[in-house]
Structures are given as structure tokens and as C-alpha cells.
Design a protein around this ligand. Structure first.
Ligand code: CTP
Length: 412
């Protein structure tokens, strides 16, 4: 049995390593067993940092989690139906789950869950590299359980499923496999690769919400475009309702998005808009329906469609900044940033960027209250004057408060 307690303690911040020991001690005192499982074990072995801790309890996870939350004064969220609890502490999260086995009634369905032992719990997992665990109980703290050969696959840089039915049981693993392959710089083991291709059609059995969740995880990776291009080449994106018939130049767009990224904008929304730029209105509506997209993502897609329609008119030589402002203001900024990346016209690019970094913040100094003090009563006229002042500021026909006052008097 390999013991990796030294590695574990060297790699985790002091507080977290002792927390794991404490969990092991609490479990021991309750006559239960605790194991650190999944991605964090893989990442400890790879020397990568990961502070999303998943702990499996052979026993009663929720009750143990409550005891720990009470001792520490942490917030806790429980899901009694699934026997799981989440503890939240600063930017760190700890999930405690009761050891379980899973069976699948039909492809793509959620599994039927039964209490089980740690071996069952590891056997229900997606890939060998994610199916290892570290014992936390005191006398065996740091012992690594690796019944499926995860360590060898980590050394050989392979993503390998545990059994032939894996992609049938849970076709979202098709997307997960591509994600780990890219993130870790691994390859799909050859039989896993064949089965992945063979079972692609099973993606059609998965609910939109689950597919959307996987797509979001892909967009959050450091290099989402690599996964997207491979998924497209395999025909997977098509099954997600994203038929990217043309993916030429996609990598350059994602690289530019990262290099010009302004922290106030969400990179993940810009990435989604970059995909939407390559779709037509019918495809966009099809994708929103297939993936049961949440409101914000639906808005990214539909706003992308609007901006693609507005862009040609933004090339006009005599278009005023205020006209561009009125076109762009209703759209979310990430869509505008992505249009600046994809546009072939330097004029349009420049105008979109000026909007993002300047025009969208421009405001007249005179406010509605000032106008009321000048005798304008609230209502239509006041709104029109404010809009005229705003336009004048954008078009730089007024540049300070005195000029705004002159314009206001003229308008009155
Ligand atoms: N898991 C699985 N099948 C899935 C989803 C998850 O077997 N469809 C298992 C894997 O063992 C995984 C663990 O549940 O390691 C936790 O899931 P998740 O948090 O999604 O994976 P991590 O490995 O922690 O991934 P990441 O590093 O992306 O957080």
C-alpha cells in the first residue's frame, strides 16, 4: 500500500491538511471511515493545486458534516435525499458524501443510488485517474487506494474509462474526457477513444441542462478552444445544437479574447458569444432550446445575433457616436467585446472598443434634479432634454457643465 501523507501535507496549505486529519479523527471516533476522493487526489499526485475537496464517508456523511460545521462555526448546506453536505469556508468548499453504488436504468438517465462501500464508490466513477482515494482515519492516514490503475494512467498520461458501459451509463463523460485530455495534456486511451466515438449518439439521450453544465465547464477551462475544436471535429458540438460549420480562425479569436481581456467582463460569456458569432438565427434558437440555456446565456446568444445585424451600419462615415451608443447600449458588453474580436473592419472594431471603454460611461453633468431646479417639470420634456444632453456629450458638441447649461436654455 502506497502512503502519500508526506506528499499530501507538503502540497496542501497547513490548515487544510490538518482539517483532513481532523475529519479522519472525527470519523474514527464515530466508528466510521473517511476518504478524500476524486479530482483532488488526482491533482495531489500530479502536483497541481485544487481546493475543491470531496470526502466520502462510509457512514453518515450529513451527521458527520453537521458535527464538523458546529465545531468550526462554518455554514453548511445539506441534501438529505442524496446523503450529501457542503461546508463553506472562505473561498474553499468541502463536500461530504455517503459512500454509494450507482446503477443506470437507461442511457443518459440519472443513476439509482444505494449505500455502498468505498470500493463501490470508486467503481461508479468516470476515469481511472478520478477513481482513487486517500484514507483519512488516523492509523491509515495517507494510504492511497487505487483499485483501477489510476497511478499508472497518470504516469502514462492517459484518460481511461473503468468499464465498457461507461459512456452509455453517463454520456456526459464524453465531454468530461475531452476536458481532462486538454487540461492535463493527456490522451484518450485507445479503447476509451474507440468507445467514445462509438457512443457519441448517446449524447442525444442527455437532458439539455446536463449538457449545458458540461459546456459551461469547458468554457471555463484555460484553453476552451482546443476542446471545442476537437468536439466539433468529432461531431459532438452538432449534437449539442452548435453546428459550427466553419471553425476556421476560432483559435485566434479565443487567443485574442484572452489577451485583450478586461477583468470587468466575463471571459466565459465572451467565449460563448464567439461561438454564437458563427451561428445563424435558426441555429441559435435551436441551441437555446436543446441546451435549455439559462437566461444570461440566452441573452448572450440573442444579443450576438442583434450585433451581427447592427455591425454593417456602424461602418458609415457619418454615423454619430450617439447613434452607435443607442444601438449598443441594450446589448451586454461581453457580446460587444466579442464582436470587436470577430469584426474584419478596423473602423467597426475601433468604434466598438471606444463604446466599451469610453462612450458607455459618458453622462451629462446636469441631472434630472438640476433640470427640475431650473423649472422643468418631471415628464416627457425632462426626459427629452436629458437625452439631448447625453447625445451632445457623446458627440462632443458640449464638453462641460457651462456648455450643457447653454444647451439646456436653448432647448427650453
Ligand atoms: N464523477 C464521475 N462522473 C461524472 C461526474 C463526476 O465519475 N459524470 C466523479 C469523478 O470521480 C470526479 C468526481 O466525481 O473526480 C468529482 O466530480 P467533479 O467535481 O466534476 O470532478 P473533479 O475531478 O473534481 O473535476 P475538476 O478537477 O474539473 O473539478
Amino acid at each position: 500500500m502506497v502512503n502519500i501523507s508526506v506528499k499530501l501535507e507538503a502540497q496542501l496549505p497547513q490548515g487544510l491538511a490538518s482539517l483532513l486529519r481532523e475529519i479522519g479523527e472525527i470519523a474514527e471516533a464515530r466508528g466510521e471511515s473517511a476518504y478524500l476522493v476524486g479530482g483532488v487526489v488526482r491533482d495531489v499526485l500530479l502536483g497541481r493545486s485544487n481546493f475543491d475537496f470531496d470526502v466520502v464517508i462510509k457512514g453518515r456523511a450529513i451527521s458527520l458534516a453537521r458535527q464538523l460545521a458546529r465545531d468550526k462555526g462554518w455554514d453548511i448546506r445539506t441534501h438529505p435525499r442524496f446523503g450529501t453536505a457542503k461546508l463553506l469556508w472562505e473561498d474553499f468548499s468541502l463536500d461530504l458524501v455517503t459512500a454509494r453504488s450507482e446503477t443506470y436504468d437507461r442511457p443518459g438517465a440519472l443513476p439509482t443510488v444505494k449505500a455502498g462501500n468505498i470500493e463501490d464508490d470508486l467503481a461508479r466513477r468516470d476515469f481511472t485517474i478520478n477513481a482513487m482515494c486517500i484514507c483519512l482515519n488516523p492509523r491509515i492516514f495517507g494510504d492511497l487506494l487505487d483499485p483501477h490503475g489510476g497511478q499508472v494512467d497518470l504516469e502514462q498520461k492517459l484518460v481511461r474509462i473503468l468499464h465498457h458501459q461507461s459512456f452509455v451509463d453517463d454520456p456526459t463523460r464524453i465531454l468530461r474526457a475531452l476536458r481532462y485530455e486538454q487540461r492535463l495534456g493527456f490522451q484518450l486511451e485507445s479503447e476509451t477513444n474507440d468507445l467514445l466515438i462509438k457512443h457519441l449518439t448517446n449524447l442525444d439521450t442527455v437532458t439539455g441542462e446536463r449538457l449545458w453544465h458540461e459546456l459551461e465547464l469547458i468554457l471555463e477551462e484555460d484553453l476552451p478552444e482546443t476542446i471545442i475544436l476537437k468536439a466539433n471535429a468529432l461531431g459532438i458540438l452538432q449534437r449539442l445544437g452548435i453546428p459550427l460549420s466553419n471553425d476556421e480562425g476560432l483559435t485566434e479569436c479565443f487567443v485574442t479574447a484572452r489577451s485583450v481581456h478586461d477583468q470587468s467582463l466575463s471571459l466565459h460569456s465572451i467565449s460563448l458569444a464567439l461561438l454564437a458569432h458563427r451561428m445563424d438565427s435558426e441555429e441559435i434558437e435551436g441551441c437555446i432550446t436543446r441546451l435549455k440555456m439559462p437566461g444570461w446565456a440566452t441573452r448572450v446568444l440573442r444579443d450576438t445575433l442583434h450585433i451581427m445585424e447592427s455591425v454593417p451600419s456602424m461602418e458609415a462615415l457619418d454615423i454619430l457616436p450617439s447613434e452607435i451608443y443607442r444601438m449598443l447600449k441594450p446589448l451586454i458588453p461581453e457580446v460587444i467585446a466579442s464582436a470587436a474580436i470577430t469584426s474584419n473592419s478596423p473602423t467597426v472594431q475601433e468604434r466598438l472598443e471606444i463604446f466599451l471603454y469610453n462612450w458607455r460611461y459618458v453622462k451629462p453633468e446636469i441631472t434630472g434634479t438640476d433640470l427640475q431646479k431650473m423649472g422643468v417639470s418631471p415628464g416627457k420634456q425632462l426626459g427629452e432634454i436629458l437625452k439631448a444632453l447625453h447625445d451632445a456629450r457623446l458627440n462632443q458638441t458640449v464638453t462641460n457643465r457651462d456648455e450643457e447649461e447653454i444647451l439646456t436654455r436653448k432647448l427650453l
